[in-house]
Design a protein around this ligand. Structure first.
Ligand code: NAI
Length: 258
């Protein structure tokens, strides 16, 4: 009875920024649980190659090019996907960028605006376009990629733009959750620690003290793996989390405890 709640057979899931990293692992996790997954990302070829990797495992997966900062493209793609698949049950707003190591006093407009645009505006455009459809069907689960950076200030790298954008994602998550709870749409977020993906690989080109600081600040004394975020997203997207909405779930090896 309980394990069945994690199953996603018959569900259609859209994941943004799914060509690689946490987004790709999420597509892997949701499709393993039975969902038909639609991977979206900036680069059409890379996204299609990632969808192919899942089809090679016998999963139902397709790809769409989508820049989440383009609200008109988000709406058009949502309509296209809904028309082609009949329904969207799960949306994972994963696309995100960091552009870290920029002290606030010298940050240019581009850096601030770009990070806000992808990390916060993009999440809202997708919630709006797919949420509308979910509300019509009176069912749906949205999982947003927040961050521990919504609650703490990372050290030693300066990244006010990223921290502020993710704090926005957490409160947007709660706001939409409250608006949509009675109408059958759940909205939750995951708040990861440092995860080993392309986003963080630049740390290895920094002085070793940076990675040491990250690890020493984490009770579990390690970074996370994208699969360790995907499994929590699977839980939140599934009926196993049917009473959860507006939660921003720390998946951080204890980082926010200290
Ligand atoms: P990644 O850099 O490996 O993958 C991000 C994906 O998003 C890429 O495929 C990229 O092409 C796509 N993307 C970027 N801009 C886009 C746009 N405008 N429209 C559509 N797609 C776009 O990053 P990673 O680590 O997998 O991160 C995924 C999410 O998890 C992000 O929201 C990130 O902020 C969040 N996160 C990551 C952490 C980490 O340490 N890696 C920690 C906490 C949160």
């Amino acid at each position: 009875m309980y394990l069945n709640k994690f199953k996603l057979d018959g569900k259609v899931a859209v994941i943004t920024g799914a060509a690689r990293g946490i987004g790709f692992c999420t597509a892997d996790a949701l499709s393993e649980a039975g969902a038909e997954v639609i991977l979206t990302d900036l680069n059409a070829e890379a996204t299609e190659a990632s969808a192919q990797k899942l089809r090679d495992k016998g999963r139902k997966a397709s790809a769409f090019a989508l820049d989440v900062t383009d609200s008109k493209a988000v709406e058009a793609t949502a309509q296209k996907i809904i028309k082609a698949h009949g329904q969207v049950d799960i949306l994972v707003n994963n696309a995100g960028i960091a552009l870290s190591f920029v002290p606030a006093e010298v940050m240019d407009d581009f850096t601030w605006n770009k990070v806000m645009d992808v990390n916060l505006n993009g999440v809202f455009w997708c919630c709006r376009s797919f949420g509308k459809h979910m509300l019509e069907r009176k069912q749906g689960a949205i999982v947003n990629l927040g961050s521990m950076s919504a609650d703490i200030v990372n050290y030693p790298q300066e990244q006010a733009q990223y921290n502020a954008s993710k704090a926005g994602v957490h409160h947007l998550t709660r706001s939409l959750a409250a608006e949509w709870a009675e109408r059958g749409v759940r909205v939750n977020a995951v708040a990861p620690t440092y995860i080993e993906t392309e986003m963080t690989k630049g740390v290895h080109e920094r002085p070793p003290e940076v990675l040491k600081e990250w690890v020493d600040s984490t009770p579990m004394a390690r970074m996370g793996k994208p699969e360790e975020i995907a499994s929590v997203i699977l839980f939140l997207a599934s009926d196993a989390a049917s009473l959860m909405t507006g939660a921003c779930v720390a998946v951080d090896g204890g980082y926010t405890l200290w």
